[in-house]
Design a protein around this ligand. Structure first.
Ligand code: HEM
Length: 207
């Protein structure tokens, strides 16, 4: 893909990823955030975060299945947008839900497992966002950086679990995300298994 094509693609991602935020800002401006604005905003931000997280996780399976590698150039941007929305989601909970009352937040985290799981997912994403620059990849070394960034799978699983749990297992939507995530992880596992078995065959034929 040409440099111009890549730039156009990234601009498109910026525009699409900012739509949910623009929608919320517009809703606030026109006083149209439903009768329970805090809950509405929290849910919209959470929903956007999980979608972007899954989109980030979909890029490698797309390469594995269809042999196209250009979507990989969007991985960092999509991952950072996912982190941006999770941070806003968390910030709304801290500022608007709890008004910085650290004691009630601590109680909430300790007593409601779906909150514990959400906070853990957020904390796992922090080092990934912090090491997303090219400079950090060089400083950590490719192998260590890749190993660290595998935490995104755990964060994805915990993010979906958070949704399933808070929805008390009755909503369909979180299960749709769970199936999507399982499919994406399954494709990666299948590719890894194939690579390993090919290596064993080569080693076996040598020995
Ligand atoms: C990777 C991290 C996270 C992801 C992917 C995520 C995702 C989601 C999703 C998809 C929803 C449901 C949206 C809907 O109903 O349409 C949600 C709801 C919610 N999340 Fe998170 N979340 C994360 C972290 C957190 C954290 C750190 C907190 C706060 C400690 C939190 C607090 C909440 C709350 C209060 C709700 C609304 C529950 C309700 O409907 O009453 N989440 N989140």
């Amino acid at each position: 893909m040409t440099a111009r094509g890549r730039a156009a693609l990234k601009t498109a991602v910026w525009l699409v990823a900012l739509v949910p935020l623009a929608h919320l800002v517009w809703g606030w401006w026109t006083d149209d955030l439903t009768v329970n604005p805090i809950e509405y905003v929290t849910r919209q931000l959470g929903e956007t975060a999980i979608r972007l997280l899954l989109a980030t996780l979909a890029l490698t399976p797309i390469r594995l299945l269809f042999g196209v590698s250009w979507p990989i150039t969007l991985r960092r941007l999509l991952g950072l947008f996912a982190f941006f929305y999770v941070t806003l989601h968390f910030a709304v909970w801290i500022v608007l839900d709890h008004f910085f009352d650290w004691r009630t937040m601590g109680d909430d985290i300790a007593k409601r497992p779906w909150i514990t799981v959400g906070v853990t997912a957020f904390l796992l994403l922090v080092p990934l966002a912090a090491t997303s620059t090219t400079g950090m990849i060089k400083r950590l070394g490719g192998a260590t950086w890749r190993r660290l960034h595998q935490l995104i799978y755990v964060a994805g699983v915990l993010g979906v679990l958070h949704y399933i749990w808070l929805a008390k297992k009755v909503l369909v939507q979180p299960w749709v995300y769970a199936v999507l995530l399982a499919t994406l992880l399954g494709i990666r596992a299948w590719a890894t298994a194939r690579k390993l078995s090919a290596r064993w065959i080569v080693l076996g034929s040598r020995g």
